[in-house]
Design a protein around this ligand. Structure first.
Ligand SMILES: *[C@@H]1O[C@H](CO)[C@@H](O)[C@H](O)[C@H]1NC(C)=O
Length: 262
């Protein structure tokens, strides 16, 4: 058990390190304006984006943890530049089935989205993660449901939050979604299978795959995502991240051992 905790902590430290580097990296741009603009002052402004939340609503998520996921979603919404010409947001949850909460075309105001998040009711059934990703690709990101046309070159992002092992396969469908141009963030909470997260998230994994120990820790990711979602292109990986990436690759097998040793 101690080994398990140490591993989780190591992993968390690694990620906070990335978060720190990132905020140092992105601060100068903010400071140049000559004031203490807080990070929450929407660096997302003027960057059109189609963004879909994919929320694991399975039975294993306890009711108070489900509330923490809702709080996390609302924190992310807080810094998005919501609007039909800026960031469009969709949200779906999944258990044994996929349930759409709102499509990209449904809301133009942040307050309406926040209310819809408050009103979400947990499905408390299975964990069909692959099905949810397929639905996201084929339905949530269809132009009929409000995604902008591929010609418009608007970035497409999806964020999967899950605490379990899927009952279906995710590898192929996640790969198809990524090759269809959807950048996928995979957030695992607790005893998730690291292989699943890695199969879901876009490359580089250090930028897209996150593991936190429990639902209380999920809020620590908000500021990380602020720079990732709004910070522009993620294709050029800063050189200083390479040591971390190498460490992560070396650690990967032991992380899996950690999880299986629960
Ligand atoms: C969540 O994880 C953190 C870090 O491992 C730990 O300090 C905290 O006590 C945990 N919280 C709960 C509610 O288990």
């Amino acid at each position: 058990m101690r080994v398990t905790l140490t591993c989780l902590l190591c992993f968390l430290c690694g990620h906070s390190a990335v978060a720190d580097l990132h905020s140092h990296h992105s601060h100068p741009a903010v400071n140049k304006k000559g004031n203490d603009t807080p990070l929450l002052e929407s660096p997302c402004k003027g960057k059109p984006l189609d963004f879909v939340f994919i929320i694991d609503s399975s039975r294993s998520v306890r009711p108070h943890d489900y509330e923490k996921v809702k709080a996390f979603i609302k924190n992310i919404l807080e810094f998005l530049d919501v609007g039909p010409e800026a960031t469009r947001v969709g949200l779906l949850q999944y258990g044994s089935v996929v349930q759409n909460e709102f499509f990209l075309r449904d809301f133009q105001r942040k307050s309406d989205m926040q209310k819809a998040v408050d009103d979400m009711i947990q499905l408390a059934s299975g964990t069909m993660t692959g099905l949810a990703i397929e639905y996201t690709m084929n339905v949530a990101f269809s132009e009929a449901e409000g995604a902008r046309s591929p010609d418009a070159n608007v970035r497409r992002m999806a964020m999967v939050v899950t605490d379990g092992r899927p009952q279906d396969t995710v590898h192929e469908v996640a790969a198809s979604a990524r090759s269809a141009g959807i950048e996928i963030f995979a957030i695992g909470v607790g005893r998730v299978d690291m292989n699943t997260l890695l199969a879901i998230g876009s490359e580089p994994h250090a930028e897209h795959v996150f593991l936190v120990a429990n639902f209380s820790q999920i809020e620590t990711l908000t500021s990380v995502f602020q720079s990732k979602i709004c910070g522009g292109e993620t294709t050029s990986l800063p050189l200083f991240l390479f040591p971390f990436l190498i460490i992560m690759v070396i650690m990967k097998p032991s992380i899996q051992d950690c999880f299986f040793s629960f």
